[in-house]
Design a protein around this ligand. Structure first.
Ligand SMILES: [Zn+2]
Length: 559
């Protein structure tokens, strides 16, 4: 099958040929790219699509999110994404949802997205609040950070968790300071390992439906490669079924938490360039080293601006693992097996610790080859640490959506004005000529690429304030971070990330020229279509240009 897309404003992200008008693909691979005139001459046998002057970019590449858990569960986000602005809203809306979508016998009800920072008194819901939704169905409400969750009494009963249950390493089970009774709130590895890993698997039907729904969310924002940054081994057959049977079209990359049972999925992987099988590959391993500034669990070198309730003024957060030896062994195991390493750190103390240990692991393993380790989130990285990661060949992947969603909260409560202005300092990476990537960590937020690019360029918060203008980058630099440099991070730069001969025909079509639109209007740009290996996998409805594409396609194909 051949496709010719012509009459486009094609931004290739290939420095040797930055712009083109037409692109020809065969079997999903680009075989020619150039002017309308040149390529229309080669149109024979090709399905021809008129882009009607629309702007085209390489398909967006996700450098960190959680495809497997995105949109599997109902969302209870605050405004403007949703309408859950208080505990009362959460209880009412969840109750209504559960009445309309009763869970099957033995299954749990999981909701995501509530943001206590915007609730009265900045308080989390309690188990008693969730008991108002149901006392029969086990319920877990996962905080928007993804690192905290509240359960109802039924979950505690089913899992036999009592006030005598100890905190797991790297996790905290909250108790009433006076009575010692559980409040229902679980933090970090306590919510992951003590609660969620014990949850019964939803039915295959529910899971397949959710995977397809999740893919739709990503591709409508122009993503053609998505990542599962906390891949669970038992998801593998289902995901490979969905990719292999063509139920979803995007490529899926899995990163496995090496200190978990899911590690089994890494067996047999011996190279960081592991190849796709039916659009799916296990790409590497992940080690979590601290929490998030947003809920003040990131491990900082200086105290938080305001300590959380119950903590002393010198509280700095904490590491996930107490033992450096344990982290060193995890790093060395990944490196010796050539499992690409994603090191998740938000706080600058966690980053110091991570770099010390990584350096030691490099010395002890003696490895000199191309490992492309990634520092995931890197939100509060300091400038001296940028020099260090550059010397070590570590790629920073910034969780930049925090500037928009929680920038105001960071400035007034979490970090104070000075440190808040420096979160995700893209300009420090850009001025060093470093490759870096940008991620959204979906389902923490929706995979809204135009919002991410707008925030990278403008650093506007949810309330319209500008946070650290000097750390913004230009649009071309931001685009590299979600195309060619993201492909490099995934060891996919030989096949993706730019539009050039020999690479896959993965593209996104936009309704405006992203390089010339006023920079404060980037977030208004619409994705008209998403194309994977030559095939249109998503088309916006109700857009004139789409009709042009459809008409042109039908008209030309019928010739
Ligand atoms: Zn994540």
């Amino acid at each position: 099958m051949k496709q010719l897309y012509y009459n486009g404003n094609i931004i290739t992200m290939n420095e040797a040929q930055p712009k083109a008008e037409a692109i020809l693909m065969k079997g999903g691979v680009i075989v020619a790219i150039g002017s309308n005139e040149e390529l229309l001459a080669e149109r024979e046998d090709a399905e021809v699509v008129d882009l009607d002057g629309a702007t085209v970019l390489p398909g967006f590449i996700d450098s960190h999110s959680h495809f497997g858990s995105s949109y599997i569960f109902p969302r209870f986000d605050p405004s403007p994404v949703g309408k859950t602005n208080s505990v009362k809203d959460l209880v009412e809306q969840a109750k209504e949802y559960l009445e309309e979508h009763p869970v099957a016998e033995g299954e749990w009800f999981i909701g995501m997205g509530y943001d206590h920072a915007l609730f009265d008194g900045q308080l989390h819901p309690t188990k008693e609040d969730l008991d108002q939704i149901s006392t029969e169905v086990p319920i877990v409400m996962i905080n928007t950070s993804g690192l905290l969750g509240v359960v109802n009494s039924k979950v505690l009963e089913v899992l036999n968790i009592t006030k005598d249950t100890p905190n797991p390493e790297g996790g905290h089970i909250y108790r009433d300071p006076e009575t010692g009774e559980l409040t229902g709130l679980f933090q970090d590895l306590a919510i992951r390992d003590t609660v969620l890993s014990k949850m019964p698997m939803p039915s295959a039907e529910t899971m397949i439906e959710s995977i397809c729904r999740a893919e739709q969310m990503y591709i409508k924002h122009g993503y053609t490669t998505v990542m599962d940054g906390n891949f669970e081994a038992d998801m593998r057959p289902l995901l490979q079924f969905c990719t292999g049977a063509g139920l979803i079209s995007a490529d899926v990359l899995g990163y496995v938490r090496v200190a978990s049972a899911a590690k089994v999925a890494l067996e047999g992987i011996t190279s960081p360039e592991s190849k796709y099988r039916t659009h799916f590959k296990i790409s590497g391993a992940k080690v979590i080293l601290d929490g998030s500034p947003q809920i003040r669990t990131a491990w900082m070198s200086k105290p938080y601006y305001q300590a959380p309730a119950g903590e002393k003024p010198d509280y700095c957060g904490y590491p996930t693992y107490e033992s450096e030896e344990h982290i060193l062994e995890l790093f060395k195991e990944c490196m010796n097996n050539r499992w690409q390493l994603q090191m998740q750190c938000n706080g600058d103390a966690a980053i110091d610790n991570c770099l010390d240990i990584y350096e030691k692991a490099l010395q002890e393993t003696g490895l000199t080859e191309d490992l492309r380790p990634v520092l995931i989130h890197a939100q509060t990285i300091r400038e001296d640490q940028m020099d260090r990661i550059q010397a070590l060949g570590i790629i920073p992947s910034f969780f930049h959506d925090h500037v928009y969603y929680w920038g105001d909260w960071y400035r007034t409560v979490v970090l104070g004005p000075e440190r808040a202005s420096r979160i995700s300092p893209l300009a420090w990476a850009a001025k060093r000529g470093m490759r870096f990537t940008l991620h959204q960590d979906c389902p923490i937020g929706p995979p809204n690429m135009m919002l991410l690019l707008d925030t990278a360029v403008n650093r506007r918060t949810r309330n319209g304030n500008v946070l650290g203008e000097e750390f913004a980058v230009d649009i071309m630099t931001a685009l590299k971070a979600v195309t060619i440099d993201a492909a490099y991070q995934c060891f996919d730069d030989d096949v993706k990330g730019s539009l050039e001969v020999g690479k896959r025909g993965d593209m996104v079509v936009l309704d405006q020229d992203i390089l010339t639109v006023p920079k404060d209007k980037i977030r208004d740009i619409q994705v008209i279509a998403t194309i994977k290996e030559g095939e249109i996998i998503y088309q916006a409805e109700d857009m004139e240009c789409v009709e042009c594409i459809e008409e042109a396609s039908e008209f030309e194909t019928s010739l």
